[in-house]
Every structure is written in structure tokens, then in C-alpha cells.
Design a protein around this ligand. Structure first.
Ligand code: AMP
Length: 283
């Protein structure tokens, strides 16, 4: 695996590969890698000729300074995992390489409702930061395909919309959520859970599955309220639990009126905030 820290060097390398007809797959991450990230690398290796991963903890997508400060950084282990997975190129830039002072990369995009509910309400400015860094990274890497996890469902919706609004011809591949054996979605934040919090955390996926089982029997609003109660424990507090249209993210009243339905949730366990979702219907 080749490691690049500077845009210029990475671009020189990728230019040659692109000219030779190679299809480039790109997996952006913030590091602290786990099997969920590696699944994206593997998917890219299957579908592309050259796989580029990036590790960049994007300061502007953190609305909470403590979350940014406490974000786990394990570059040595990350590199080892990427090498073992067979990743070809790692881009690991410093902040001023991604955001040079004289480059105006401010995006004036109207995402409509997509950035308003759920994460948009609870993490103001988050998606603007995500869209800005992904746009900048795409401009640097110029991939044919972009591989992202369904784990961050709303993020995927926002990036799909961004590609469409900017008419960027990049194939966005949504990859299924990789989970621990007990159902907890893998996340770089899981290691910050205490033993007790870790024991409690699988209730998130369990509640999503119970909602799936009852979706045709009970009204959505009732299921959401029941789930909020199931996710409330001492030291655990749900922020939202929403059954939404998978394209518009607008709340769904009757599942039969929609062909794509997803349930999304965010739960706080002490200082750690976990998100998860489950596709309830896709036809
Ligand atoms: P992050 O490093 O958390 O920004 O995530 C980088 C990419 O990995 C994003 O596209 C995430 O959606 C994806 N990802 C994170 N966790 C998982 C998981 N458990 N399963 C699948 N993809 C994931």
C-alpha cells in the first residue's frame, strides 16, 4: 500500500493509473478502523481496479468540540488493517492540505428537507461539514465509485443528493451495516462505552428489529413511541426514533403508501452518541 500525505503526490500517482484505464474506488473514513470500514474496502476491491482509502478526521463536521477531541486516532493499527485488506492507496492528509487557506470550498447547496430532521436537528451544521469534506476529497481523488456505509443512512442520502445537484458522475455504492455478534452496529465510538453501557447497547438493534416485526400491525407513531420507551434506561437516552421514507426522510404514516421505508435512531449512552437504522421495506 502506498501512503500519501499531500494532494499533489496523490494526484500524480492516480493520474497515471487513470490514464492506464484503471477504475478508481474511494472509501473515505475518519480512521479508528473496524470491520465495517474494511467491508467497504473489500467491496471497492471487488468493483474497482484501484482502491483508495482516506483517513481524515474532519474538524468542521463536529458540532461538539469534546466529540472531536475524544475521537479515537489509531493510525498505526489502521494502516496495518488496510494493508491486510489489500487496499492500494491511503491518503492521510493534514487539515491544511484538505482546507488550504486560499481555497474557497464553501458549498452553497440546498439539500431541502434531507438535512433537516434527525441528525440535522441534533447535530446542527454536521451535514454541511460532511458534504464539504466529501466534495473536496472527491475533487482530489476523482474516483469512479464512492463506497459508503448504510450505517450512516442520512449521510448517504445527503451525499447522493450532492452528487445529483452537482451533476458529478460518480457511482455511489451503499454497503450494508456490519454488526457485532450481539447486533450492535460497529462504530469507532463503541470503544468509548463502559462495560455497563456496552452491555446495554444491543437494545438499539433489538428495538429496530422489533419495530420491523410489528410494522404491519401497529401505526408508525405508536411504534416510534414504544421504541423511545424501550430505549430509555438509567444512563441511556434516545434522541429520536423515526420511521421515514427512504428517499425523502419524511415521516411515514402508512408503510403501504411507500416503497422504501427506513427506521433511524440515535441514542446517547453517557458521553457517547450512537446511531443505527434498519431498512424496513425496499421494493
Ligand atoms: P467514519 O469513519 O465513521 O466516518 O465512517 C467511514 C465510512 O464507513 C462511512 O461511509 C460509514 O458509513 C462507514 N461505516 C461506519 N461504520 C460502519 C459499519 N458498522 N458498517 C458499514 N459501514 C460503516
Amino acid at each position: 500500500m502506498l501512503l500519501f500525505k499531500e494532494v499533489r503526490d496523490l494526484q500524480a500517482h492516480l493520474y497515471g493509473l487513470r490514464q492506464a484505464g484503471n477504475r478508481i474506488g474511494f472509501v473515505p473514513t475518519m480512521g479508528a478502523l473496524h470491520q465495517g470500514h474494511i467491508a467497504l474496502i473489500e467491496r471497492s476491491l471487488q468493483e474497482s481496479d484501484v482502491t483508495v482509502a482516506s483517513i481524515f478526521v474532519n474538524p468542521i463536521q463536529f458540532n461538539n468540540p469534546t466529540d472531536l477531541e475524544k475521537y479515537l486516532r489509531t493510525p498505526g493499527i489502521d494502516m496495518e488493517m488496510l494493508i491486510n485488506a489489500g487496499c492500494h492507496v491511503l491518503f492521510m492528509p493534514e487539515v491544511d492540505e484538505v482546507y488550504p487557506r486560499d481555497l474557497n470550498i464553501h458549498l452553497e447547496l440546498n439539500f431541502g428537507y434531507l438535512t433537516k430532521p434527525m441528525e440535522g436537528t441534533h447535530r446542527p451544521g454536521h451535514f454541511e461539514g460532511v458534504a464539504m469534506v466529501i466534495k473536496r476529497l472527491l475533487d482530489i481523488v476523482k474516483p469512479d465509485s464512492l463506497f459508503m456505509g448504510q450505517k450512516d443512512f442520512q449521510q448517504l442520502s445527503v451525499i447522493r443528493e450532492m452528487l445529483s445537484l452537482l451533476k458529478m458522475k460518480i457511482n455511489l455504492v451503499s454497503c450494508p451495516t456490519v454488526r457485532e455478534k450481539d447486533g450492535l452496529a460497529m462504530s469507532s465510538r463503541n470503544v468509548r462505552l463502559t462495560a455497563e453501557q456496552r452491555q446495554l447497547a444491543p437494545v438499539i438493534f433489538k428495538t429496530l428489529k422489533e419495530t420491523e416485526q410489528q410494522i404491519l400491525q401497529k401505526p408508525s407513531r405508536q411504534l416510534e413511541q414504544e421504541a423511545m420507551r424501550k430505549l430509555t434506561h438509567p444512563g441511556m437516552e434516545p434522541e429520536y426514533f423515526n420511521i421515514v421514507d427512504g428517499r425523502t426522510l419524511i415521516p411515514v404514516n402508512n408503510i403501504v403508501d411507500h416503497d422504501f421505508v427506513v427506521v433511524c435512531t440515535a441514542v446517547r449512552l453517557g458521553e457517547v452518541r450512537l446511531i443505527d437504522n434498519l431498512i424496513l421495506k425496499e421494493s
